[in-house]
Design a protein around this ligand. Structure first.
Ligand code: CO8
Length: 373
């Protein structure tokens, strides 16, 4: 089997940060406004008064302290509660393409490659801002990559599933060098009026270069030793946004068209599936969890990550073994584990093992064992 490596990674950080306190202040101002507007219905028991959000809860329940967004205007206004992003002319570079290009340029530089060395671009994320033409093809043209390009969506597992596609495209002879790009523009999909989820997401873009080992510069390269993907249908994390929405105008804008979830159920149902998934992969590959120098895990919830780490490695694990980036970036859907990888791989020496693992909506789980070349 052809050896394939990840030879570069990149991270684009959006221009605006929002702290928990800022977000909670705006949410609570929205609550005051809502409760005032519905005062008599609340008094008569026809409408339930909204309770406040709190920074203490957010930090304790999720580990998130802050998040980045592409456009801050509107999000913190209690009368708006969404980013105000102007509609773009078709001749302009889309927001997701511009985010992805910045991450891709860094990944190319790390891999010591030019755009024209790439013969496949895969854009993989929770949502693309339009269905067609693909954001990946827009990036192909803007960067000047060769070959072909396509978009794919697997929510939080988009990056690991796309890396698996990239590896298989190289092994199957369809490509030599692939850019996998994750432009996660989550803020327009987030419901900032929903106390349960208003704090969860942040915008970011990541990218990796995947290429044939024989073509790669060994300096930054990680050999892909094993890959495993699984899915199982669940509506516990869901968005009903789609192209059919406009055909029922009365319901086209209801909250189910944004991200919503049963967070507790997800926690309880997904964790055992993650353990089973990884156990199976490690058994098949004859790898013991303690052989990993680092776990680059999906970044949805700090408590969930700690459960995974403890189950794999026991109670006494150094914080550096499974780095947390969600305190600063929040949940960035598929980009989370790639940020952790990008920021925490420089100390790897030849033979060191690491695990890239994502989990989330679908349900979906993707895991990739990497070995430093
Ligand atoms: N402030 C204060 N109190 C709150 C708040 C708040 N903001 N929200 C809830 N509470 C209260 C509740 O009302 C509840 O009160 P009570 O006990 O009186 O009923 C109490 O706090 C506890 O609530 P929960 O049980 O809901 O709290 P949890 O401890 O479960 O924490 C979490 C909630 C953080 C959501 C947690 O359940 C979680 O993270 N679960 C894992 C979910 C997960 O991993 N989901 C993956 C989603 S990401 C994904 O798959 C990608 C989707 C595609 C991306 C889309 C981009 C937008």
């Amino acid at each position: 089997m052809k050896k394939v490596v990840i030879s570069g990674s990149g991270l684009f950080v959006p221009p605006h940060a929002i702290s928990n306190d800022e977000l909670v202040d705006s949410y609570n101002a929205y609550v005051d406004l809502f409760n005032q507007q519905h005062e008599s219905d609340i008094g008569e028991g026809k409408v339930t008064a909204l309770p406040y959000s709190s920074s203490e809860f957010i930090n304790k329940a999720s580990g998130i302290n802050s998040r980045y967004v592409m456009v801050k205007e509107g999000i913190l206004d209690p009368n708006i509660m969404m980013p105000l992003i102007a509609d773009q002319d078709s001749s302009e570079l889309s927001m997701q393409a511009s985010m992805g290009i910045e991450a891709a340029k860094q990944a190319l530089e790390q891999a010591k490659l030019q755009a024209e060395d790439i013969d496949l671009v895969i854009v993989a994320c929770a949502y693309t801002q339009r269905a067609y033409p693909a954001i990946a093809i827009e990036i192909q043209q803007a960067l000047g990559t060769k070959g072909f390009a396509y978009d794919m969506l697997v929510a939080c597992s988009s990056a690991t599933f796309a890396i698996a596609n990239a590896v298989n495209s190289i092994r199957g002879g369809m490509a030599n060098r692939v850019l996998v790009i994750n432009p996660e523009l989550t803020s327009p999909q987030s419901n900032f009026k929903d106390r349960d989820s208003h704090f969860i997401f942040g915008d970011v873009a990541t990218a990796v270069v995947v290429e044939k080992q024989e073509l790669a510069h060994a300096e930054n390269a990680f050999n892909v030793l094993s890959m495993n993907c699984m899915t199982e249908f669940s509506s516990n994390i869901r968005s009903n946004f789609g192209f059919v929405n406009r055909c029922d105008p009365d319901k086209a804008d209801t909250p189910d068209k944004l991200f919503h979830q049963q967070g507790r159920k997800v926690f309880k149902e997904l964790l055992p599936r993650i353990y089973q998934h990884l156990d199976k992969q490690f058994e098949a590959e004859q790898i013991k969890p303690e052989e990993f120098k680092r776990l680059w895990l999906h970044q949805a919830n700090i408590n969930m990550n700690m459960f995974v780490v403890k189950k794999l490695l026991g109670d006494n694990v150094e914080a550096t073994t499974a780095p947390i980036v969600l305190d600063k970036f929040a949940n960035t859907a598929s980009a989370g584990s790639i940020i952790a990888f990008h920021e925490n791989k420089a100390d790897f020496v030849t033979g060191d093992l690491g695990l890239l693992c994502s989990f989330g909506a679908g349900y979906s789980i993707g895991s990739i064992v990497l070995e430093k070349c």
